[in-house]
Design a protein around this ligand. Structure first.
Ligand SMILES: [Zn+2]
Length: 415
């Protein structure tokens, strides 16, 4: 089997690995680089046949629905099957209309399902469900020509599905020739401590919600389903109502999981910000709006009882909140990766907080494995070779794990 990591040997984001056996190829992940200025075709890795019909590429397999793993799909030829989890597929398709021109609308292909082996030409693919901040995430065992490669994808053990990652660590696949293992946390936090759990996030959120006399704004990604659950559970415990917009309602519905909060649940309310109202009108998404309007509220409802509400904040709420005059004593909790704070897109939020004298607090835990968990994972898989992917710190691996071999982007080698 021939392997080439096209992107990811020394960066987080833009993940893409190509495998070749018996003249046939499969691609693992096709992510948008994190520093890409737009979803432009120039970022597509130089893989012959990706954007043309009749190539020997049998499938693109997407490990989980994060943009840095699937973002470039819109540039590939529509005949190439796209294999991913069914919920992941629904989430990407539900999000796509809200990011016009940025995303591919439909993706046909087989479904990844925990433990269900897929035959893709000469390749055999076994998915393992893992815990991650992205929903419906998998690690993958890839076999061909008598060789076995294990791709960790993105994973952690301290989220709400921590047990599934633990199960993998306790029952690892045997005789692995190559482990491609993510190392997002290396270099970010130099600590041998485990990361706080989602349950701890929930407790911290409860404390914040109890203290505040005003509106609570929690800024997170609607696609970080674990976090949405933590926020919702904290709302329940503090007798507050969680306010979501139509985008978030559509993502939560797309999980297809009856245990995940939905727009028609008690203690959930739908508020449609002005800019989203215009988007709905322009695109005639009236059925979508109707479907999620069981608990719809308006500015006047929030004005009447500000302390009752926790808004799953996104910048598109800024205009509405200022216009409604509901920000006295409001709190703002930042609940996603700190790296986004440095970006230009955060400037409008920073200005909003300053203008309204709202203090920012941080309640967040990583979507990725801590160093102790990476060590346990690598030891459990016990591969003949461990190759760093999805990391800014490949040079740290050698001191932390056994059998490490680093590669360069675009370098092919035979397993
Ligand atoms: Zn991810």
């Amino acid at each position: 089997m021939e392997v080439c990591i096209h992107r990811g040997t020394h960066e987080i984001g833009g993940s893409c690995v190509e495998l070749k056996a018996q003249g046939k190829r499969i691609i693992l992940d096709l992510g948008l680089p994190i520093d890409a200025e737009a979803n432009d075709k120039q970022y597509l890795p130089h893989i012959p046949g990706l954007d043309s019909a009749g190539s020997d590429i049998l499938a693109v397999i997407i490990s989980h629905p994060h943009l840095d793993h699937y973002g470039l799909l819109k540039h590939i030829h529509e005949d190439i099957p796209i294999i991913m989890g069914e919920a992941a597929r629904r989430i990407i398709e539900a999000a796509a209309p809200f990011m016009p021109g940025n995303m591919r609308q439909t993706m046909k292909g087989s479904a990844l399902q925990h433990g269900k082996v897929l035959s893709v030409g000469p390749f055999s693919v076994t998915p393992y469900t893992v815990d991650h901040s992205g929903y419906d995430a998998y690690a993958l065992l890839l076999e061909a020509d008598g060789k076995r490669i294990f791709y960790s994808g993105d994973f952690r053990t301290h989220g709400r599905k921590g047990k599934v990652s633990e199960h993998l660590i306790n029952n690892p696949p045997k005789d692995i020739d190559v482990l491609l293992m993510e190392g997002s946390s290396l270099g970010r936090i130099q600590t041998d401590e485990p990361f706080p759990s989602e349950q701890e996030m929930e407790t911290q959120l409860c404390e914040q919600f109890r203290k505040t006399k005003g509106l609570s704004l929690v800024h997170t990604s609607a696609q970080n389903i674990d976090r949405v659950v933590s926020i919702f559970r904290a709302c329940k415990k503090t007798e507050k109502t969680l306010v979501i917009d139509v985008y978030t309602a559509a993502i939560l519905e797309a999980t297809g999981n009856e245990h995940i909060p939905q727009s028609d649940w008690p203690d959930i309310a739908l508020y449609v910000p002005q800019s989203q109202r215009l988007q709905i009108k322009k695109n005639k998404w009236f059925d979508l709006l109707k479907k999620h309007s069981a608990n719809r509220i308006f500015a006047k409802d929030v004005q009447k009882d500000v302390s009752r509400y926790v808004i799953l904040f996104r910048p598109l709420y800024i205009h509405d909140l200022e216009k409604a005059g509901v920000l006295e004593n409001a709190i703002y909790v930042y609940s996603q990766w700190e790296g986004y704070l440095e970006r230009e897109s955060f400037a409008s939020v920073r200005a909003f907080l300053e203008r309204n004298k709202i203090k920012k607090s941080n309640i967040h835990t990583s979507g990725h494995a801590s160093l102790p968990d990476l060590k346990r994972f690598a030891a459990a898989i016990n591969a003949k070779k461990l190759i760093p992917v999805h990391t800014f710190q490949p040079e740290q691996y050698d001191a932390l794990f056994s059998n490490v071999e680093t590669k360069k982007d675009g370098e092919s080698w035979i397993v």
